[in-house]
Design a protein around this ligand. Structure first.
Ligand code: G3P
Ligand code: CA
Length: 283
């Protein structure tokens, strides 16, 4: 009899040994369901026309921040092309992500120490050149695509904000641009130079609240997707303040993550793979 009881105990799904594991599983699944369930109940209406923003032109298809990448992005149906702007030793704005040319070209050195001529001699991948900011604006003008230039490391470059604003105005593209930066002081400078130019402060790892952006005039906020996963109420707060939210991805860009951000109410997604988002948006 006692032997039979032992057998029954081992096979039972609710033995003292399995009960805590089951409770733990229910907690892991149940907590997010309750958390996001409450959010979805109070999320409010979804944006009617979510924007497709090609991050660095879309490095999934061509070398990042090159004319080839921006052309691909436009052909994929991107509403915006995102790019990183830095400044050469001789004061020319160029489109490149890092402070050095080491990772994205066949050369070495800091952008601020190289002249335009030296940078243009480099291969930025597949025979592409590092484009100037003006070249990318001219390409954008051909199709009318909106642009999201990022003032990258602006503390390194004297008057980069003034140069960016002047280049946009000289090419009659200031109304189709929104300047973004992690260095919000730089965006304040942009606003002082020309209050009509839209700016978008970027927020990275560790930012879990957008409720008090330094930049009162910013109509768009650009937080990191991973932080939105932790606190989707940031989107709700921005919408309550009449601001739109363009989300960029740190490491988890995937069609499922894109769909999740759209379901949470993002107004736009800044993505490496514009083709994948175009499919989701049915473009
Ligand atoms: O637009 C957001 C994004 O560009 C920020 O990250 O490092 O790719 O410039 P990063
Ligand atoms: Ca960028």
């Amino acid at each position: 009899m006692s032997k039979q009881n032992n057998v029954m105990k081992k096979n039972s799904p609710l033995t003292p040994r399995t009960r805590p594991a089951r409770g733990c599983l229910l907690f892991i699944i149940g907590l997010p369901l309750i958390y996001y369930g409450i959010f979805f109940a109070f999320r409010g209406p979804l944006p009617s026309n979510p924007q497709l923003l090609a991050h660095r032109g879309g490095p999934a298809h061509a070398p990042e921040n090159t004319i080839a990448a921006f052309q691909n992005a436009i052909e994929s149906g991107a509403d915006w092309i995102e790019m990183d702007v830095q400044q050469t030793k001789d004061g020319v704005l160029v489109v490149i992500h890092d402070e050095t040319v080491n990772r994205t070209t066949d050369g070495t050195g800091r952008v601020e120490d190289l002249t335009l001529e030296q940078i243009r001699a480099l291969d930025a991948g597949d025979g592409e050149l590092v484009p100037t900011f003006e070249e990318v604006i001219l390409l954008a003008r051909e199709s009318g695509v909106l642009i999201l230039p990022e003032a990258k490391s602006p503390h390194l470059y004297p008057e980069i904000e003034k140069n960016m604003v002047e280049t946009l105005i000289a090419n009659d593209y200031e109304q189709k641009a929104m300047i973004q930066s992690f260095e919000h002081d730089s965006l304040e400078i942009v606003q002082k130079i020309n209050a009509d130019i839209n700016v978008c402060p970027l927020y990275g790892l560790g930012t879990l609240s957008l409720s008090d952006p330094q930049l009162g005039e910013a109509k768009t906020l650009c937080p990191m997707a991973e932080m939105i996963v932790l606190n989707p109420w940031m989107i709700r707060q921005a919408h309550t303040d009449n601001r739109q939210v363009f989300v960029w991805f740190g490491v988890i860009e995937h069609p499922i993550a894109m769909r999740f951000m759209l379901a949470l109410g993002a107004d736009g997604l800044i993505v490496d793979d514009p083709g994948a988002l175009a499919e989701i948006l049915d473009r």
